[in-house]
Structure formats: structure tokens, C-alpha cells
Design a protein around this ligand. Sequence first.
Ligand SMILES: Nc1ncnc2c1ncn2[C@@H]1O[C@H](COP(=O)(O)OP(=O)(O)O)[C@@H](O)[C@H]1O
Ligand SMILES: [Mg+2]
Length: 261
Amino acid sequence: MQTLSRDAAAVKSPLLEVSRVSLSYELEKEKLDVISDVSFGLCKDEFLGIVAPSGAGKSSLLRIISGLQRPTGGEVRVKGKVIHSPVDEVFMIFQNFALLPWKNVLENVLLALLCKDLPEEVRRQKALKAIEDVNLKGFEKAYPGELSGGMKQRVGIARALALEPQILLMDEPFSSLDPLTADHLRVEFYSLLISQESPIQAVVMVSHNVEEVVELADRALVLSDRPSRVVQDVKIGLPRPRNKKSQEFYEYTDRIYSLLT
Ligand SMILES: Nc1ncnc2c1ncn2[C@@H]1O[C@H](COP(=O)(O)OP(=O)(O)O)[C@@H](O)[C@H]1O
Ligand SMILES: [Mg+2]
């Protein structure tokens, strides 16, 4: 993403459109309504944070957006086309890293590239470059069991960079990390995303962590508890880099907290 100033966003056509999405799970004895009529759009150069309480259906919503899961109602469009299965333009980073423990770092990144029709050497070069970009050079042959949580999530981010999706989805990517590691990785990750070379054009991150969303996002979509619906779409008009100790930062977090409760 070259610039994250959002002024022109309103006139652009959305990269991603979520239209009236609903979801119910059929349990043995009852129906569990999880998502209720959620709609929003995402334009190029936007970082959208979706905030909702635990159990509100955030992971389910991201799986629907990624095409891994079908909604009960409504639809998702990527660049105008309704999706029915995963598409090349969209890639997801998971909360629990989703690494194969019996594959090393390089192999885990290469796995994500298998679906790309590229010569083996090109895949390898892309994977090595992404590993270097996330500061894991030297750990190509290490196995997930030998890595800290922060390093594992770096592998997740390397996969996303290597795959070059236009839309990146992140499911609470920092929530399994200790607070200090999470703080560092958030800052580093954001600067990787907005680097000139980054192919990523827009991000959707779900989180139950309000501070994290105010730190990173241009817009916060606040969802209610299950069955989740949109409470408010809050534009976060704070300059970057964001000062977590400023009065304005506190005002945004406070406002979003009160919308959540
Ligand atoms: N595959 C599934 N089958 C049945 N219920 C599910 C399934 N996945 C999630 N749920 C339930 O749906 C609700 C929302 O889950 P989830 O999308 O994981 O929420 P969140 O990510 O916001 O914590 C929870 O009550 C969860 O137990
Ligand atoms: Mg979840």
C-alpha cells in the first residue's frame, strides 16, 4: 500500500463488498444465529479493523470473506465478482499461525506458494525474499517448534508477503503473543504493509482488542455481540505513527469501548 490517506477512498469502487451477510450454524438440537445482516465495503489503500466481543462471529465472518465458508444469506464480492470459494486476490493470516510442525520455515512459506503457477526457482526466491523481509533470515531451516510465538507469526506474515494478495485478512494475528512481542510486531508489520514494494492494497483485521484496532486501522467497524450486526463504522482520523498515549487516542478507544458495551 503506497499511501494510507483515505481522502479519495469514498469515490473509488470497493475492492471488497460484503452485502447483507448472515450466518447460522445448525447444531444438533438448535440453530445458532451468529451473524445478522452485516454489510460493508473496503476500498484500495484501506485498513479496516473489525471489533467485536469474543464469540461474536469474527472468525466465521473472515472465513466467509476468504471464501472458505459459505454464508447462510447474503454475498461477498471481490473486485465486483461474487465469490463461492477462495480466490487468488485474498489471503488470510491466522490467530494460531497455522504452520505445519513437520515443515521448516522455508517449506511452510513455499507451501502457500504451491497454488501459484510459477517455476520452482521463482517460488523459492519469493519465499526467501519474504523470509528476509520479516527478519527471519538464518531461520529458513528451523522448525515451528524451535520458534517463539512472534517468530511463528512472522512466518505467517512472510507467507502473505510471498503470495502477494491484494486483500489481506487477519484473524486476531497478535492475540496469541505476549504484549511486548505483539507491540513490536504490530509496528513492524504495519511498516512492511505500507512499504512501496508491498502488493497488499487493503487489509481487514478482526480483533477484540480495541487499542490494537485504534493503533492500526483507518476505520473501525464495531459489531455487536452474537448474532453480530454493525453497530457503527468509525473513521479513525489520527495521524501516523499513532501515539498511544495521546488524548485523541484515548478518546477513540473510549468511544469504541462504549459502542461495544
Ligand atoms: N463450525 C462451527 N459449528 C458450530 N458452531 C460454531 C462453529 N464455528 C463457530 N461456532 C460458534 O459460533 C460462534 C462464533 O464463533 P467465532 O466465529 O469463532 O467467533 P469469534 O471469532 O468472534 O470468537 C461461537 O459461539 C462458536 O462456538
Ligand atoms: Mg475468533
